[in-house]
Design a protein around this ligand. Structure first.
Ligand code: IFM
Length: 468
């Protein structure tokens, strides 16, 4: 697939006429705990995020996902909204503890019924569902047995995946296993900013492996059950050396790339951890959690790699610097504070870093990709004068990153789609409801949805299959 630039009759390329390849998928994304609410309804069991958000001091102002966007009850209206926006696809995740309240054992059919209704509603509007089986809300019972540090969680995940597939497999084409295992492992068990809130590099690295193993086991099982399009979503670190001419900075970037990216990409696509990454894992663990044959399981063929991208990371060598807790092995490495334009969550804006990231993954791993998340937090609400949400900064962010995608398409990257994060404002994890990533504004008191200016702009992009 290649991007096209419309050409005027004069033969001059028209700056205002970039188009995406035919068939490019346009969507928006959400995740179960961030929008559903209804945490005690229809037999749902507790997840680690219920526990974490109710633990004082963990989430901004004690916010929880108890109600969130009340999507569990309002899903039909939300799907109508997606249809109004012209979305071709919707990426959502399933709450494992709605399906198996204890993570293993009995199936709660009322939980499956909810997703069944959602998928039918989407089908009724001609919107393609793209399912994520795990977006961080691990059943608490599994965490009580060690969570992702326990190999049995990987096996339980494959069982759960098959249960969901048996119910929805006839209507969903694209199945993805995990969302951002980097976050599950390094924020959940490394720096403890996310549930379950543990700070231990050994547990974080063990969790990485079991998450990957769970992906591999689930992928194998779904493939033999008949799944057509299978994938996983990563949030690769768009890492670059602060001074590319400095060998020490280059080495710092290699280490961060190893622990943040190659630790996932190599077993997934090459069937083995790289030696330098294995050496780092071996500094914190005795490696006994990596069994013979595991890497071959993780290497199960997939059809598409989901990429979530928001911001770049610049690193330099700094002797004596303690390791970042979310990057085991990063002693002696400084992470530069974001500079230049930043979003409301403090993340640096650099679309060119997305192009570099996509091109690199294409060049090194040759896999078809989809942007499964990209977007920006900005605080705007309805203007008292017009009643509209004027979020020009978000439009500019999205526009810049879509142009970055076009640059990658021109490089030859097989990029198949783009999902804006997020359809609507929602529970932004440790930031609670304090950060708004939505195309649609949510008034959390009334649950009223109001498409922002960016939603209308995105609708036009979709209609045009391109940018002005
Ligand atoms: O809200 C999250 C989402 O759940 C996973 N990717 C990043 C988003 C913004 O932080």
């Amino acid at each position: 697939m290649t991007a096209t630039v419309e050409v005027q009759s004069s033969g001059e390329p028209q700056a205002s006429g970039v188009r995406f390849p035919e068939g490019f998928v346009w969507g928006a994304a959400t995740a179960s705990y961030q929008i559903e609410g209804a945490v005690n309804e229809d037999g749902r069991g507790p997840s680690i995020w219920d526990t974490f958000s109710r633990t004082p001091g963990r989430v901004h102002r004690g916010h929880t996902g108890d109600v969130a966007c009340d999507h569990y009850h309002r899903y039909a209206d939300d799907v109508a909204l997606m249809s109004d926006l012209g979305l071709g696809a919707y990426r959502f995740s399933v709450a494992w503890s709605r399906i198996q309240p204890d993570g293993t054992g009995p199936v709660n059919t009322r939980g499956l019924d909810f997703y069944d209704r959602l998928v039918d509603e989407l089908a009724g509007k001609g919107i393609d569902p793209v399912i994520t089986l795990y977006h961080w809300d691990l059943p608490q019972t599994l965490q009580d047995r060690g969570g992702w540090t326990n190999r049995e969680t990987a096996e339980a995940f494959a069982d759960y995946a098959q249960i969901v597939y048996a119910r929805l497999g006839d209507r969903i084409k694209t199945w993805t296993t995990l969302n951002e295992p980097w976050c599950s492992a390094y924020l959940g068990y490394g720096n403890g900013v996310h549930a379950p809130g543990i700070q231990d590099p050994a547990q974080a690295l063990t969790a990485v492996h079991h998450l990957l193993l769970g992906h591999g086991l689930a992928t194998r099982a779904l493939r033999s059950a008949g799944a057509r399009t299978l994938g996983i979503t990563l949030n690769p670190v768009a890492v670059a050396p602060l001074d590319p001419a400095n060998p020490a900075d280059l080495d710092a970037a290699r280490i961060v790339d190893g622990v943040g990216n190659r630790i996932f990409l190599d077993p997934l696509f090459k069937g083995a951890y790289a030696d330098d990454v294995r050496e780092i894992i071996g500094r914190f663990t005795d490696l006994s959690h990596i069994h013979d044959g595991d890497e071959a399981i993780i290497n199960a063929p997939i059809d598409v790699l989901g990429i979530n991208y928001y911001t770049p990371t610049y690193v330099s060598a700094k002797p004596g610097q303690p390791a970042a807790l979310d990057t085991p092995g990063s002693e002696g490495i400084a992470f530069r504070k974001p500079v230049g334009p930043i979003t409301d969550i403090g993340w640096q804006i650099e679309p060119a870093a997305l192009t570099r990231l996509l091109n690199r993954i294409h060049d090194d791993y040759g896999v078809p990709m989809m942007i499964t998340e990209n977007g920006a937090a900005y605080p705007e609400g309805p203007s008292p004068e017009t009643g509209e949400v004027e979020d020009a900064d978000r439009i500019s962010y999205l526009d810049g990153h879509l142009r970055a995608c076009l640059d990658s398409l021109s490089h030859g990257v097989d990029l198949r789609g783009y999902f804006a994060w997020s359809l609507m404002d929602n529970f932004e994890w440790a930031e609670g409801y304090n950060k708004r990533f939505g195309l649609v504004h949510v008034d959390y008191t009334t649950q009223q949805r109001l498409p922002k200016r960016s939603a209308k702009w995105y609708s036009e992009v979709i209609r045009r299959n391109g940018l002005e």
